[in-house]
Design a protein around this ligand. Structure first.
Ligand SMILES: Nc1ncnc2c1ncn2[C@@H]1O[C@H](COP(=O)(O)OP(=O)(O)OP(=O)(O)O)[C@@H](O)[C@H]1O
Length: 468
């Protein structure tokens, strides 16, 4: 069993020696320091599980040492050994996070008891954190709702893929179909689940940032690189890195990713040194990558590398059985989160839901339910709380996304300002997308906003480009 390491910081050598003798060999390993400065050096080299700290020290005072210890590791309990007349500083120390204090002179039995309690408390916390982590892990898998034959097929594939070790997986499907949830389910059910699941969205990050995020950089690689930084691939060692919207990854980063997939190693920006990591790549896209390859926007060799195993997420409208199940699930979730009494969905709303095309898929359904919960006072979700496109029957989602409005329409009467503004913004963006033939960079230029800002707005307003 690993011994618990205790660091004793006191300038009274006799006291720290006798404490060391009392603890040493009884399941504890001891280091002593007679100044704050020495204690701080020992944090790195000795890496204590607990610190016994005298507040009156030569040089750096005890409170400063305490602060350094908690900055190094908040989890390490510190017991203050306090002398007569130190009440104020002791109170200050306890306020700043010291576990407890003991008055000098003390009986050995008392300090043993206190040390035991502090370590038990620390271990309990660690266990609690682990349980919370486990719970999150299972929670994340049970997050996937749906009993349609299509979803059952997805569960089967998740099961197979979680046991397929390192194989790269490409998840394809329209936006909002749950690709990210599936990626995390694969990770948390795999043997990698104790290591991190790291997500990076290739469409929402500016081009210049993607490479430094993924591969990290060395100090001086560019003007702002003031110190070395690990990339996500390094941070995700032994785990899974989820590359969302891979179809939007810029070509230079694609070349580097390909090299990584082939060799399992990469270089930080500005460095010549190869770094080897054990990371599983799961990528997702809602783009037609075959078209992107034809247009020279996506590397064919990278496509083959990623496309080892492909999992298709069916659009919501193709699994009608799941619509009401998901609606109920989100309804319960939002009522609980917003601390509102439970609600049910009226028959007319259910009928509208099953007929609606759900081009924004599960994400759109979730947003609609959230809005409905906010606007519903009673216990039933009625048609009146649905967004305008549901009521009019010929709303935005039933028009092809690229249809061009000849003039900017006035907001529909009777809606609150936020809804009216959203409608307005929605139409302006759609017009610009039409003019730019769906090219987001060009659309951003027309609107005078970055591609990044455009993506955020499209996501908020549920504007979806047709595939291809
Ligand atoms: N089967 C499902 N069960 C429960 N919630 C789901 C399911 N599918 C999707 N969701 C929820 O819908 C929202 C969108 O899902 P997610 O982000 O996984 O979609 P996506 O396909 O990755 O979208 P994008 O391509 O836009 O990144 C999330 O809030 C997610 O929790």
């Amino acid at each position: 069993m690993e011994q618990e390491r205790i660091l004793i910081v006191d300038d009274e050598i006799v006291l720290s020696r006798s404490l060391a003798i009392a603890f040493e060999g009884k399941g504890y390993e001891i280091a002593t320091a007679d100044s704050g400065e020495e204690a701080i050096t020992l944090l790195e080299t000795f890496s204590p599980h607990l610190v016994l700290l005298d507040l009156r020290l030569p040089g750096m005072n005890g409170i400063q040492v305490l602060e350094k210890i908690s900055a190094w590791n908040r989890e390490v309990p510190v017991i203050i050994m306090t002398a007569y007349g130190d009440t104020q500083t002791t109170v200050q120390a306890v306020k700043r996070g010291a576990f407890n204090f003991i008055n000098k002179p003390f009986e050995l039995e008392d300090i043993r008891l206190l040390v035991g309690q502090a370590l038990e408390d620390r271990n309990f916390r660690k266990e609690y954190e682990y349980l919370k982590y486990q719970q999150r892990r299972f929670y994340r898998f049970s997050d996937l709702v749906g009993q349609s034959p299509e979803m059952k097929e997805v569960y089967k594939q998740i099961d197979i893929l979680s046991h397929a070790g390192d194989t790269t997986v490409l998840i394809r499907g329209q936006s909002g179909t749950g690709k990210e949830l599936v990626a995390s389910a694969i990770h948390y059910r795999s043997k990698r689940n104790k290591a991190p699941f790291i997500e990076i969205n290739c469409a929402s990050l500016p081009e210049t940032i993607i490479e430094s995020e993924l591969f990290g950089y060395e100090k001086g690689a560019f003007t702002d690189a003031k110190k070395d930084k690990k990339g996500l691939l390094e941070l995700g060692d032994n785990g899974t890195v989820f590359l969302d919207e891979i179809g939007d990854m810029p070509l230079p980063a694609q070349a580097k990713l390909l090299r990584f997939l082939e060799k399992k190693q990469f270089k930080r920006l500005g460095s010549g040194r190869d770094i080897k990591v054990d990371v599983r790549i799961v990528a997702a896209t809602n783009k037609n990558l075959e078209t992107a390859i034809k247009n020279g926007e996506f590397r064919q060799d990278l496509f083959y590398r990623l496309n080892v195993i492909t999992l298709y997420m069916p659009p919501l409208k193709e699994r009608k059985d799941d619509i009401l199940l998901l609606a109920d699930y989100f309804l319960n979730e939002f009522c609980r989160d917003m601390k509102k009494p439970p609600k049910k969905i009226s028959e007319p709303v259910k009928q509208i839901f099953t007929r609606y095309p759900w081009e924004g898929n599960v994400r759109e359904l979730r947003n609609v339910i959230e809005r409905a919960v906010i606007f519903t006072k009673g216990d039933t979700i009625e048609t009146k709380v649905l967004p305008p496109e549901f009521k009019q029957g010929t709303g935005l989602h039933e028009k092809p996304v690229m249809e061009h409005d000849s003039e900017t329409p006035a907001p529909d009467p009777g809606h609150d300002l936020k809804t009216a503004m959203d409608q307005f913004e929605n139409r302006i963006i759609r017009n610009a997308l039409e003019k730019a033939k769906g090219n987001k960079t060009e659309t951003g230029r027309i609107l005078g906003i970055s591609r990044f800002a455009l993506n955020r707005r499209m996501e908020r307003l549920n504007i979806i480009l047709p595939p291809g």
